[in-house]
Design a protein around this ligand. Structure first.
Ligand SMILES: Nc1ncnc2c1ncn2[C@@H]1O[C@H](COP(=O)(O)OP(=O)(O)OP(=O)(O)O)[C@@H](O)[C@H]1O
Length: 240
């Protein structure tokens, strides 16, 4: 379980986050929406322990993260996967090596696991390609495989689909849904695209001026296995 109690974060004069309180249970998918500058990324950086609160407490499984040593923080961070808008893949490494990197940094070699992650995200056929040879949607699938390599308890997605077209957005959302069904991490999905958040998240938090100003329950889309062609999708959406 993850809790924020009355958390504020300031950068000098700027109050990026103000007295924010919420908790998240295992297995939840939480959407965080808000306009640019509303504090969404700051909230994620507090959750992934890249930042410490200026006041208030962040608790992970009941432990106040401010009491953790640097070593303990690094250990906790190993159970957190990050997914970014710009993918953050290393351009000089092949797809396989990008996915293998987090385990390699822990001095672990698990080729079977890397292979099965590439299969999980449907990118095994591009294992030897470089990121520059992939589309945006493919890059994001590789970055999801990399984020899953350390079996994260938390998957933190910061505008993960905001650079993608409609079709690739759907592919990434489907993949996050499958990740949630099969691996059950807590997923935070930060985005300014409300429709995308609605398609994935059961719970939606709304931020404004560094504050949590609202919270809604939502029925996410039920993803079927039905594979429609692009033409069929346009046809279906126009007939709604
Ligand atoms: N490291 C920093 N130093 C100074 N100010 C910062 C820093 N990080 C964020 N801020 C400020 O805090 C506020 C919230 O920023 P944050 O990046 O959390 O918003 P956001 O909702 O993620 O915005 P966007 O959707 O544009 O990414 C903004 O006013 C921003 O300029």
């Amino acid at each position: 379980m993850l809790e924020m109690i009355n958390v504020s974060k300031s950068y000098g004069e700027i109050k990026a986050l103000r007295e924010t309180t919420f908790s998240v249970q295992p297995g939840e998918i939480v959407g965080i929406v808000g306009k640019s500058g509303s504090g969404k990324t700051t909230l994620l950086r507090l959750l992934n322990l890249m930042e410490q609160p200026s006041s208030g407490k962040v608790l992970i499984d009941g432990v106040d993260v401010q009491t953790l040593s640097k070593k303990n923080i690094r250990q906790r961070q190993q159970h957190m996967g990050m997914i970014f808008q710009n993918y953050n893949l290393l351009e000089n490494l092949k797809v396989y090596d990008n996915v293998a990197l987090p385990l390699k940094l822990l001095k672990k070699q698990q080729p079977e696991k890397i292979q099965s992650l590439l299969e999980f995200v449907g990118m095994e056929h591009k294992a030897k390609s470089y990121p520059s040879q992939l589309s945006g949607g493919e890059k994001q699938r590789v970055s999801i495989a990399r984020a899953l390599s350390r079996d994260p308890k938390f998957l933190l997605c910061d505008e993960a689909t905001s650079s993608l077209d409609e079709e690739n957005t759907e592919a990434v959302v489907r993949l996050l849904y499958k990740t949630h069904q099969e691996l059950k991490p807590i997923i935070f999905f930060v985005s300014h695209e409300l429709e995308t958040v609605k398609s994935l998240c059961e719970r939606i938090l709304v931020m404004e001026n560094g504050q949590l100003v609202g919270e809604f329950k939502n029925n996410p889309r039920k993803f079927s296995d039905e594979k429609l062609s692009y033409l069929e999708k346009v046809e279906r959406s126009l007939s709604l």
